[in-house]
Design a protein around this ligand. Sequence first.
Ligand SMILES: Cc1cc2nc3c(=O)[nH]c(=O)nc-3n(C[C@H](O)[C@H](O)[C@H](O)COP(=O)(O)OP(=O)(O)OC[C@H]3O[C@@H](n4cnc5c(N)ncnc54)[C@H](O)[C@@H]3O)c2cc1C
Length: 393
Amino acid sequence: MHFDLNEETKVMQDMARRFAEREVLPRIREDGFKRDLVSKMGDLGLFGCAFPPGIGGSGAGFLAHSVVCEEISRADSGLRALFNLQAMTVPYTIMEWGMPETRSRYVQDLILGRRIGCTCFSEPNVGSDIASTETRITDEGDHYRIDGAKTWISNGTVAEVAVVYASHDRSLKHRGLCAVVVETDQPGWSARETPKLGDKSSPIAEIHLDGVRAPKENLLGEWGGGFKVAMTALDRGRISVGSGAVGLAQACLDASVRYANERVQFGKLIREYQLVKGLIAEMVSLVEASRLLVRRGAWLNDQDRPFTREIAVAKYFAGEAVVKAAGMAMEIHGGMGYSLELPVEKYYRDSKLYQVGEGTANVMRLLIADDALGVKKANRPRLHVPGDFRDLS
Ligand SMILES: Cc1cc2nc3c(=O)[nH]c(=O)nc-3n(C[C@H](O)[C@H](O)[C@H](O)COP(=O)(O)OP(=O)(O)OC[C@H]3O[C@@H](n4cnc5c(N)ncnc54)[C@H](O)[C@@H]3O)c2cc1C
């Protein structure tokens, strides 16, 4: 076992850090989606780590993806949401489960930042229980028709390509679920932005699908096989979300170290007080333990080994850790934590997402405990995917 990053990953880390310092940090107080940053990230190849060169990626792997994602989130956790969609859940799911023509139509455009993607699971009545999806997909002969409503869709107001989960027969529960790629510039697709607590650079939308169409070749996996597609997409998305939690927790620690080294009370720097030191030590431990857990999950994926359990442990731990770290950063900053002059209040607001997105803390707990108790094994043999996209390397 060794913990050093390889040279390629270190180069990606360095590039992502410099990009974040130069382009992202100066604009973190600007709310709203920044299209120019997507293009720049695409041009730099930041979205392409997990993708083979034959489809526009670098083949650097999931560990490199995790490291880059951490750097982006350390600068702006809201941009991490976009990063997850452009660099993982949308294009990877299409690459893994789509037909060759569907892959070539969308994947490269997404990872080069030329088109914006979104993933549509959540609905007004459906959150954790995606087998109960109410959005309906109907086979109309030469195309599919989709009707329903989706909520909480990151990038929903700006996306051009959506992976939509819909059921062809709700009575079949998870066996009725289908995953399909939908283009959003068509009649019947409408999106309205939802105001929210944090991640202000990541627009979230409520979406209505009213007779939206998708060509037959845009089905991902089999008809009724969407649950499997969803599970692989969520596993991989947890690498991004876990990495984002690590990056944000690191930002909380960085800010706290800076402040503890400059704030004087009772005639001494506050770093001299053992209670403050205790908070710093706990933050360091939370950040490093989260990072190791997340990187283990990403590394397992790079080895083509099952990692559902390990990434659930990582995402759960990192999600709890970042919320604690953000609270501690607020404490160390005293009143300044509450001020809009410093980014700590933003970190606090952004942190809560990590206990919710890509499977809530409770859903992670259930998966981890069921595995430990022998109720249900989390790690299964790798699922069969149509076509071998490794020929793209
Ligand atoms: C900022 C943000 C961005 C998002 N982006 C997207 C996106 O791009 N695409 C998308 O599809 N969705 C997105 N979501 C939605 C997110 O995936 C859901 O919020 C999440 O899956 C939980 O669903 P829910 O909010 O309906 O909560 P619910 O599932 O209703 O859960 C409510 C509470 O009950 C608990 N609970 C539920 N079931 C159980 C159980 N069996 N046992 C124990 N506890 C349980 C949950 O843990 C939670 O605490 C986003 C959400 C946020 C906040």
